[in-house]
Ligand binder design. Structure first.
Ligand code: ADE
Length: 245
């Protein structure tokens, strides 16, 4: 997977992409991240990338030409590159969006700054993505979130360290509680079933805890989740036992 990042602040990407799982994925060639400075596509002695908004108002707007030139340069090499503008006005990023994007081979992420980008940039992108209903100082952190989410779904990236199928949200539900050693910590133990070696019992317990946790914390997710008849029965039981107090 190739990620091309169009940004005014390439340095913001260095540390997060150098370490841990993403660092290793880059070393192994599973992902390739190219940082492209939008300023390199700006013209004139001062290579200006922003300007005042027409009609007045506070803040600066990113000029269209440098961004559009950058995107055109990428598309001339790879017409199939999928171009995404990171903006709070986009569709909300979630696990489903990440699963769709991981099927593509070349993503281009445009990071806006200041008060936004000239509207004419919007006409040229394939989609706009937001990481949540809040405003960041720029699209860089949002792009990093997207790169992280998508990369860990690429086969081989997580290695032995995890399986994306078990994640919270991957089946539309929250993950069950996890424990490691010590067996007892400050008077708090580990559920007996996890020490039993009975894999079927452990699976049943985990499913129940997944349902319990989702019911308690994110009941909205249950309406959309793919639940079996047995899941529905467990949920009924959980509702009765909590409601009956
Ligand atoms: N740029 C600023 N805020 C953002 C957000 N919430 N998502 C994506 N890009 C952004």
């Amino acid at each position: 997977m190739i990620f091309d990042i169009l940004t005014l602040f390439p340095e913001m990407f260095h540390s997060p992409l150098e370490h841990s799982i993403l660092g290793k994925a880059r070393e192994e060639g599973l992902i390739k991240v190219d940082l492209i400075n939008i300023r390199d596509y700006a013209e004139g002695r001062h290579r200006v990338t922003d300007d005042y908004p027409y009609g007045g108002g506070k803040g600066m707007i990113m000029k269209p030409e440098p961004i559009i030139r950058g995107v055109k340069a990428i598309r001339s090499e790879d017409p199939g590159a999928w171009v995404i503008l990171m903006t709070p006005q986009g569709i909300s990023l979630n696990q489903g969006v990440a699963k769709r994007l991981v099927r593509l081979s070349h993503l281009v992420l445009i990071c806006g700054r200041y008060e936004g980008v000239d509207e004419r940039v919007r006409g040229l992108v394939d989609e706009e993505i937001s990481i949540g209903d809040y405003v960041l100082t720029g699209g860089e952190l949002a792009a990093l979130v997207l790169i992280d989410m998508v990369s860990r779904l690429i086969p081989g990236v997580l290695g032995d360290e995890g399986a994306p199928e078990d994640d919270s949200f991957s089946q539309g539900l929250l993950e069950y509680p996890q424990y490691t050693r010590p067996r007892e910590f400050e008077g708090r133990g580990v559920p007996e079933v996890l020490l039993s070696g009975d894999h079927q019992a452990i699976e049943r317990w985990r499913r129940r805890e997944t349902l319990r946790r989702t019911l308690q914390r994110r009941p909205d997710l249950l309406a959309k989740a793919d639940l079996s008849r047995e899941d529905m029965e467990i949920l009924e039981e959980l509702k009765e036992s909590s409601g009956g107090g």
